[in-house]
Design a protein around this ligand. Structure first.
Ligand code: SAM
Ligand code: SF4
Length: 333
């Protein structure tokens, strides 16, 4: 079957699947407490796609050329028995990864590895305990995230670590974090703070541009660029000149990579978004629960993808200000 291509010739290679809009953290840049406090209405259980429904939709994507499935959220490990979903998705033959805050990872790592997860990405924004507790805003300690990382490594899962950098909040953590993960041989990627959603009070002044992050790393350790591994790779890769591994930066704000974007996103209630900055999703749950055949489901996804012309990050200032954008915790990072 022919791979799906969008209006700019971009193939549909990656699908990010949000399995819940809930999270046990309240990271200030993602789910600030003032918005996600007691009165916030999260999705009901029956609104969520079941594991069987997710696997069926993901199978459709694999049929259209998708090679990588990433489980995310909210916090994916708060969805009960998520390892059973991994087991089902593993049968599809795509690379299977998961992004987590690692708070529950120590207990789950072995089950996830046994279920067929290929690798894991852990989000950790500081090594300084006080800074990290302030950022997650639920007083969660760094040490328990590190225990989760160690458990994943012990279970045989390759680990990458992602850190969002916010000016004046954790930019003093760039060098200590790079030194720590370089020593451990684990790849760390720094992410520019993005203007996703409408709730985090984003300001351009809060963004530390990737070029500045790289300059900081170069001054501390000496780094040089590595060629991109494949089309659509989100991180710009840099290697330590002394041969001690790699570090990455994700430049979604200062150097958007829309031209190579091969990603679609499925929300926990089955809406398909063709861009992180999209306002509206396409309701695949209605099709799945309405009795659509496999061929109808595939045709619907192909039609949505082939009509895609999103490149919001490249248009950013003109096009994204004032949009009623979806939240990262809903659409899944
Ligand atoms: C929405 S989270 C979901 C998965 C999981 N809860 C976690 O934190 O890894 C996915 C990723 O999005 C990142 N993220 C959330 N809000 C962001 C923002 N405003 N700018 C850049 N990255 C953000 C998080 O740091 C995390 O690495
Ligand atoms: S970044 Fe992840 S851990 Fe933090 S609030 Fe958002 S979903 Fe939760």
């Amino acid at each position: 079957m022919a791979d799906a291509l969008d209006l700019f010739g971009r193939p549909l290679r990656d699908l990010r699947i949000s399995v819940t809009d809930r999270c046990n953290f309240r990271c200030t840049y993602c789910m600030p407490k003032e918005v996600y406090g007691r009165d916030h209405r999260f999705l009901d259980r029956k609104e969520l796609l079941s594991f069987e429904e997710i696997t069926r939709v993901a199978g459709t994507f694999v049929g259209l050329g998708t090679r990588k499935l990433r489980i995310t959220g909210g916090e994916p490990l708060v969805r009960r028995d998520v390892e059973h979903l991994i087991e089902q998705l593993a049968t599809l033959g795509a690379e299977l990864t998961l992004t987590t805050n690692a708070s529950l990872l120590a207990a789950k790592a072995q089950a996830l590895a046994d279920a067929g997860l290929s690798r894991i990405t852990v989000s950790l924004d500081a090594l300084d305990d006080a800074t990290f507790r302030r950022l997650n805003d639920v007083d969660f300690p760094v040490a328990r995230v590190l225990e989760g990382i160690d458990a994943a490594t012990a279970a045989g899962l390759p680990v990458k670590v992602n850190a969002v950098v916010k000016r004046g909040v954790n930019d003093d953590q760039i060098v200590p974090m790079a030194a720590f993960f370089r020593e451990r041989g684990q790849t760390l990627r720094f992410i520019e703070y993005m203007d996703v959603g409408n709730t985090n009070g984003w300001r351009l002044d809060d963004v530390v541009p990737a070029a500045e992050i790289v300059a900081t790393l170069d001054a501390a350790f000496g780094v040089e660029p590595v060629d991109a591994g494949y089309r659509g790779e989100v991180a710009q890769r840099w290697r330590y000149r002394d041969g001690s591994g790699e570090v990455g930066v994700i430049t979604s704000v200062t150097q958007p990579f829309c031209a190579d974007c091969t990603r679609a996103r499925l929300s926990a209630e089955g809406k398909l978004f063709t861009c992180l900055f999209a306002v509206r999703g396409n309701d695949l749950r209605a099709l799945v629960r309405g009795g659509a055949s496999d061929a109808e489901l595939e045709e619907a996804v192909r039609t949505i993808w082939s009509g895609r012309s999103d490149r919001y990050s490249e248009l950013r200032s003109a096009a994204t200000t004032g949009l009623d954008k979806v939240e990262m915790s809903y659409i899944g990072g």
